[in-house]
Design a protein around this ligand. Structure first.
Ligand SMILES: [Ca+2]
Ligand SMILES: [Ca+2]
Length: 178
């Protein structure tokens, strides 16, 4: 590869990043209000999160928070770029206390229901009765054992609902599929 072609490749890569940013900024600011048909959109969309799919799936080195964004802050986020949290609720019907996951997590035994309501402060593992995937592009697997083992239930992008009898109070880890 010549010096000239290397520079050209670099210029294209930079242009791609700029274009991607422009696309994200062009998303409607109120994308959060058009989410699932059943539950209310609890929050307007926020500024775009920027993690890659690989970063979200491989949660081992993930920070517990990204600045003021997203993960485990007690708010079930949908961002203007279509990324969002997977939220687990202490009770059926997306009710009572909730715990939000922007990153996957191999063990819910050290996570707690965060928002106000019944179950607040309780460990999430084996205590959740309903779920809401606010991400518009990534699905997620929810597992009955830690470290993505046991039986698993898939939740599609934007989907929500009550766990059935088997999975109710039976989720111990979660992994994004982007
Ligand atoms: Ca959040
Ligand atoms: Ca955890």
């Amino acid at each position: 590869m010549t010096t000239r072609s290397i520079r050209r490749s670099f210029a294209i890569a930079v242009a791609g990043v700029i274009a991607a940013g422009g696309i994200a900024l062009a998303q409607p600011a109120n994308a959060g209000t058009s989410a699932p048909s059943g539950p209310p959109a609890m929050l307007d969309a926020h500024s775009a999160a920027t993690a890659t799919a690989a970063e979200r799936e491989g949660a081992t080195a993930a920070p517990s928070k990204i600045g003021t964004r997203a993960h485990q802050d007690g708010l079930c986020h949908l961002y203007s770029n279509g990324q969002g949290d997977l939220c687990l609720y202490a009770r059926a019907g997306l009710s009572e206390s909730m715990s939000d996951f922007y990153w996957g997590d191999g063990s819910l035994w050290n996570n707690y229901f965060l928002s106000s309501g019944e179950g607040e402060g309780v460990v999430v593992a084996n205590q959740s009765e309903s779920y809401w995937n606010r991400d518009q592009y990534c699905g997620a697997w929810m597992y009955t054992r830690t470290n993505y083992r046991g039986d698993r239930l898939y939740v599609a992008p934007g989907d929500w609902g009550d766990f059935d009898d088997y999975y109710t109070n039976n989720i111990e880890s979660i992994r994004w599929v982007c």
